[in-house]
Design a protein around this ligand. Sequence first.
Ligand code: SAM
Length: 221
Amino acid sequence: MELVLNYKIDGITIRSENAAKPHTMPSGYLCNYIKNSKKNGRALDFGCGKLRYSEQLVNKFNVVTFLDSRKQLERVQIIRGVKTTIPEYVANNYKNSNAVPFENVDKITDQYDFILCANVLSAIPCKTTIYKIISSIRELLKSDGEAMIVNQYKSSYFKKYESGIKHLHGYIYQNFRNASYYGLLDERVVSEICLENNLSIIKSWSKAGSSYVIVGKNKEV
Ligand SMILES: C[S@@+](CC[C@H](N)C(=O)[O-])C[C@H]1O[C@@H](n2cnc3c(N)ncnc32)[C@H](O)[C@@H]1O
């Protein structure tokens, strides 16, 4: 399957790597969830962005893999006040951790106890890529592993997107400089995508405008 990472819709280029928020704005709720999770061992941060949850993950798990698009991994950016790249930051600061581009996802031979996929699906305007991510998560989970898929789908701030062009699960919004896509993925939409990719839903809930879906491998198949 061809990996579609240059998200281009009707001639409009969407730069999803620009959607990542800095580490100063992690969700306290998600940080607590990671801290109190019953899982331990190996974790994967799928679509790690600017490493918003890296500290929580490395403090909790023995081994952590950070994965994002090659473009996001190769660019020089400010991570926790340091001008660096994600692989360089990970190598210099975290033991037993590595960074892998999405383009090499099929080369990963490890399996994980916990996979975090936070606000990634909502940044992707392409169904094929969303399905590839979800089926990769399935491949990468241990048989008793759990993946947490989080997406913010409600906020007063999103109102402006509704003046944009409707696309996939949300809207393409253009300002004078660039175009962005925001998908509104509530519990039902995320659950459907996961079920279609043969994952089982362990638990799902919504809180403060975000949907949380915990999935595992479907053991009956
Ligand atoms: C809104 S950011 C979220 C980043 C991080 N998870 C967080 O919560 O701060 C969305 C991220 O998804 C990444 N992304 C887009 N397409 C991807 C793909 N096919 N595989 C992995 N990451 C992808 C973007 O580069 C970006 O870092």
